[in-house]
Write a protein that binds this ligand. Structure first.
Ligand SMILES: [Cu+2]
Length: 129
């Protein structure tokens, strides 16, 4: 009985290890990412309208000398707040991924005139044209 229990435990451990190899780390390399550059002058975000597939990592870079933020409009309109970077300092970046499909208008909380739109498409339909 004791022996049988030990064997079952070993089988479970082996199955867990196989599952981890197969599924837990599906990609070693980082997924293809999109970089958006923050700018002092219009259009402020380059690209201003960014379209990505689910699972894509988006990184905003702040090459300017002042603080900016990447704030989903929902955070300030009382709707669902999908992301809010907080202050992004000079030469710092902010990244997000795992956003569900949808349209995400965003702005800079320090300079609300700075506006951009992020559109997340389902991976399986994003390639359709
Ligand atoms: Cu700003």
């Amino acid at each position: 009985m004791n022996n049988r229990h030990r064997i079952l435990t070993e089988i479970v451990l082996i199955l867990l290890m196989v599952a981890m190899c197969l599924g837990a780390f599906p990609t070693i390399a980082a997924p293809p990412g999109l970089r958006i550059t923050i700018g002092t002058f219009s259009p402020h975000f380059s690209p201003k309208l960014a379209e990505i597939k689910t699972g894509t990592t988006i990184t905003w870079e702040n090459p300017t000398a002042i603080l900016h933020s990447i704030t989903h409009d929902g955070c300030t309109t009382g709707q669902r707040c999908a992301f809010d970077s907080g202050p992004i300092g000079s030469n710092q970046t902010f990244s997000i991924h795992d956003l569900p499909p949808g349209s995400y208008p965003y702005h800079c909380s320090f300079h609300p005139i700075m506006r951009g739109i992020l559109v997340v498409l389902k991976s399986d339909i994003a390639s359709e044209t």
